[in-house]
Design a protein around this ligand. Sequence first.
Ligand SMILES: Nc1ncnc2c1ncn2[C@@H]1O[C@H](COP(=O)(O)OP(=O)(O)OP(=O)(O)O)[C@@H](O)[C@H]1O
Ligand SMILES: [Mg+2]
Length: 249
Amino acid sequence: MTTNNQNIELLKCEGINKWYGNLHALKDVNMSINKGEVIGLIGDNGAGKSTLIKIICGVHKLDKGSVHFEGNQVSIDNPKAAMKLGIETIHQYSTMFQEMSIARNVFIGREPKKFGLNFLGLLDEKTMDHESMKAIKDVGLDLRSPHIPVKELSGGERQGVAIARSMFFKSKMLILDEPTNHLSVKETLKVLEYIQSLKNLGIGSIFISHNLYHVHEVSDRIVGMARGEKVCDMNKDETTVNDLIKLIG
Ligand SMILES: Nc1ncnc2c1ncn2[C@@H]1O[C@H](COP(=O)(O)OP(=O)(O)OP(=O)(O)O)[C@@H](O)[C@H]1O
Ligand SMILES: [Mg+2]
């Protein structure tokens, strides 16, 4: 579904360069994303996809270039700075805390505190339990209890918790690096549905996947990378899955 938001620019990367020692991992990459737009980011192993999104979410620093968010040039020096702007990332290798409960994972780094007579901040567990379950229901997941450790969830349920977290904190942009890896067909459909539902909320998202069928299905625009360079940037309607396979495969 197209919303009015879709012509409003959310993020713009200009002339991004990144070196890992001698390896020139990103070469003058330009990319923009509008509100409510899903960008499919594709490319072979080592093309630079994760490197690009790690710059956007503050895991790595760019060596040259600039990033604009909602019209202002920003310096995203660490993941907290990205979160503060409203950029939430679900990484290729999940960053969830496996031993911790669902509720703790939803609130990680942003735990609500309640203050006792001694003014020591205590975690407000009741609020976390209640709010985390509400957020999870909102993304259509049905989990028994906020106390289940994340390691006991299926892959799809874990992605659901991560997505619920980003929606709860009203992210403006969500980056998903290979969110459907190792998921069953049913779980994958669910994740693809979540991504679609973000559009209606005006959230911009970047979806990285090697599954070109999934990319073609959910994306509005497809950006292709090869050896650190952007090699295509086109509307989904202008291309077919077969075109993408020829381009990347
Ligand atoms: N932390 C790092 N230190 C050194 N080199 C790195 C680092 N991370 C990535 N690279 C290199 O940078 C290049 C781009 O890697 P990147 O992880 O961005 O690729 P990718 O497109 O995400 O690939 P994949 O599809 O396999 O996840 C590769 O040659 C990789 O070996
Ligand atoms: Mg990667």
